[in-house]
Design a protein around this ligand. Structure first.
Ligand SMILES: Nc1ncnc2c1ncn2[C@@H]1O[C@H](COP(=O)(O)OP(=O)(O)OP(=O)(O)O)[C@@H](O)[C@H]1O
Length: 263
């Protein structure tokens, strides 16, 4: 099945480029021949009914699927033109460059400070206490959490509220200076106020990174993203500007999904 690309999609430079990607779990094909470019300074939403492969495809973009023994990937995925599945790709570096935020906030069972400082320390981004302090403060400021936690940086990250924990996880991803941030339903465990804060944060971060977000909320996709890809049964049915996907879908399947007829 060929993905329909909306005709008035403006040209962009791909930060990541996936071409002809298929993903298997054992014999089962979960993603079938998907091609898409992920541009910098854009938020791209992946939408589609449950089980259509959104999370699977997101995970192959930073090789998180390497942790699933039965998973196998075919096709080409590049980051700035470099094959992320190539033998010279360092997976630890890749996951710093292509950070991930999960559905359920997953801070380390460490202090707020150490949650942020850990990555820059192991990647050699900061040397000495002063530099680390700076990275920790800058990352928490960018994640909109600094004012709430600056007086309790030694408290455990797990003692924060769910919304704060998710912003801590975003701060942790930012601390290692990523180029792409993948978010897998980052607000699904959060209340509307915490969700609004994360959405504001996504809008701010948008200026510096390529962001990809999997969401079940049409409203959220419409609010935060400029590009949307509609997934169905392991394919991308159509891809375009978010406004075009929602107001002028090319395919009946997309129309049915966005109007709540299934999924
Ligand atoms: N670790 C796994 N092992 C085997 N099959 C899996 C695994 N993870 C996902 N799948 C299967 O791959 C397909 C795609 O699942 P995936 O989680 O990517 O879909 P999704 O669109 O993200 O769904 P949801 O919106 O419900 O999170 C489904 O059929 C699912 O059962």
């Amino acid at each position: 099945m060929v993905t329909k690309i909306h005709p008035n999609l403006e040209a962009t430079t791909a930060k990541m480029n996936a071409q002809g990607v298929s993903v298997y779990y054992g014999d089962k094909k979960a993603i079938d021949n998907v091609s898409i470019e992920v541009p910098s300074k854009y938020v791209t939403s992946f939408i589609g009914p449950s089980g259509c492969g959104k999370s699977t495809f997101l995970r192959v973009l930073n090789r998180m699927n390497d942790t699933i023994p039965t998973a196998r990937v075919e096709g080409d995925i590049t980051l700035d033109g470099e094959d992320i599945y190539g033998s010279s790709m360092d997976v630890v570096q890749l996951r710093a460059r292509v950070g991930m935020v999960f559905q359920k906030p997953n801070p380390f069972p460490k202090s707020i400070y150490d949650n942020i400082a850990y990555g820059p320390k192991i990647h050699g981004f900061a040397e000495g206490k002063e530099e680390l302090d700076e990275v920790v403060e800058r990352s928490l400021v960018r994640a909109g959490l600094w004012n709430e936690v600056k007086d309790r940086l030694t408290d455990s990250g797990t003692a924060l509220s769910g919304g704060q924990q998710q912003r801590l996880c975003i701060a942790r991803a930012i601390a290692v200076d990523p180029e792409v941030i993948l978010m897998d339903e980052p607000c699904s465990a959060l209340d509307p106020i915490a969700t609004a804060k994360i959405e504001e944060l996504i809008a701010d971060l948008n200026e510096n990174y390529a962001i990809v977000i999997v969401t079940h909320s049409m409203q959220q996709a419409a609010r935060v993203s400029q590009r949307t890809a509609f997934f169905h049964l392991g394919h991308i049915v159509e891809y375009g500007r978010t406004s075009d996907i929602f107001t002028n879908p090319l395919e009946q399947q997309t129309q049915d999904y966005i109007t709540g007829r299934y999924g």
